[in-house]
Design a protein around this ligand. Structure first.
Ligand code: KG4
Ligand code: ZN
Length: 359
């Protein structure tokens, strides 16, 4: 079955054409237009700009990936959750093509797409029951999946998502959006135990998260230790970093140490709660997916713990290029929906920015 996948829920316009069968899905062609360079100037995604940029790119991208390729049998499109300005562009494009080409339409949940991104690696297949930690700029959820299409959210963040926390703290360090990858790069040369930052909700007996307190703790620590780029500007800013860099501030903790300690607290909380869920549900597969699944420390921590403590569970995470939002993962999720005849008429499809993964 040839499936066209369309993703436009945030700041990536991404389309892909996949050939899916019981043996798995093969990407025939794919293209992504990232908007990061534009949103960077504003320190985060500006919904109106995102919507306009998706509208400019979506049809040319689809035309490009369909060149010299077979005609799709179905279209899978992200219908939510995400930014309404972006979702409606993808949904309207998919609706129109479904009507014109007379092929079925599949309304796909963005988080469900992230879960199936792991199956884009040849040979990787989710076995059920599965647990997924979906962790991105907009979401942090532990999900139980008993079979494709059946999702139960065991716990989610009460406030900021983990990726959002990475990005906001990066901003305090003057690192441009999205700062998660840069923080983890700096963290590689720092000491994880240099600062004792909180591990929010780690002791609570549930699968919920909260990252806004960690962000505030980071803000105060940076302010009190003059490691934040919050106050000084220009040359003052350069010199404010110098004392700690030279180790003459009486506070030998570096930016790298701060990043390592901060990253460790997020990884500790995410891993601890996820492994608790694994202990309780005893799944056949643990999936780690979403933008933050690109984080090396998080991947390694879960992999090691699963290997050492849960030998009956296999651990799957996506290839780095499929951690971020992409159309290919939407097509894979759409394939499983198509297997269950879970189609939506083009007249009925609606973008739902708050579509919960509980169905
Ligand atoms: O899934 P995604 O592309 O978009 C959303 O659905 O939100 O995730 C983007 C998020 C950003 O917050 C970004 O900082 C974070 O993923 N991210 C990382 C890393 N790479 C991307 N966070 C921590 N470490 C990384 N290596
Ligand atoms: Zn995403």
């Amino acid at each position: 079955m040839i499936i066209l996948g369309i993703e436009s829920s945030c700041d990536d316009t991404s389309v892909a054409l996949l050939d899916c069968s019981e043996q798995g899905c093969v990407v025939l062609s794919e293209k992504t237009a990232s908007q990061i360079d534009v949103h960077k100037k504003y320190g985060g995604v500006v919904p109106e700009i995102a919507g306009r940029m998706h509208a400019e790119k979506i049809i040319p991208l689809i035309e490009e990936i369909l060149k010299d390729q077979p005609k799709p049998d179905a279209i899978a499109v992200t219908a939510g959750p995400g930014l309404i300005t972006g979702l409606i562009v993808g949904v309207e494009a998919a609706r129109t093509l479904s009507m014109v080409w007379n092929i079925p339409l599949i309304a796909t949940n963005h988080l469900q797409g992230h879960v199936y991104s792991v199956e884009l690696t040849p040979g990787q297949k989710i076995e059920y029951p599965a647990i997924a930690l979906v962790v991105s700029g907009g979401h942090t959820e532990i999900v139980q999946i008993n079979e494709p299409g059946s999702y139960k959210v065991l716990g989610a963040t009460k406030d900021d998502a983990a990726g959002e926390c990475f990005d906001k703290v990066a901003k305090l360090l003057d690192i441009p959006y999205p700062g998660g990858p840069q923080i983890s790069k700096l963290a590689m040369n720092g000491k994880t135990d240099a600062i004792n930052l909180p591990r929010p909700m780690i002791k609570e007996n549930n699968f919920e998260f909260s990252f806004s307190g960690l962000k505030t703790a980071a803000l105060y620590w940076l302010r009190d230790h003059k490691l934040a780029a919050v106050n000084p500007t220009g040359i003052g800013k350069i010199f404010s970093w110098l004392p700690s860099r030279l180790g003459i501030s009486g506070d030998p903790i570096t930016r790298e140490d701060f990043c390592a300690s901060f990253e460790q607290s997020i990884v500790d909380v995410l891993a601890y709660k996820t492994l608790k869920a694994v202990e309780k549900i005893k799944p056949k597969t643990l999936v780690l997916a979403g933008g933050v699944s690109a984080n090396k420390k998080l991947r390694e921590c879960l992999q090691k713990n699963i290997t050492d403590n849960f030998p009956d569970t296999k651990f799957l995470c996506p290839e780095l290029k499929y951690c971020m939002d992409n159309g290919a993962m939407i097509a894979v999720a759409g394939y499983y929906q198509a297997q269950k005849n879970n189609y939506t008429k083009w007249e009925d499809i609606k973008a739902d920015p708050n579509w919960h993964l509980n169905f």
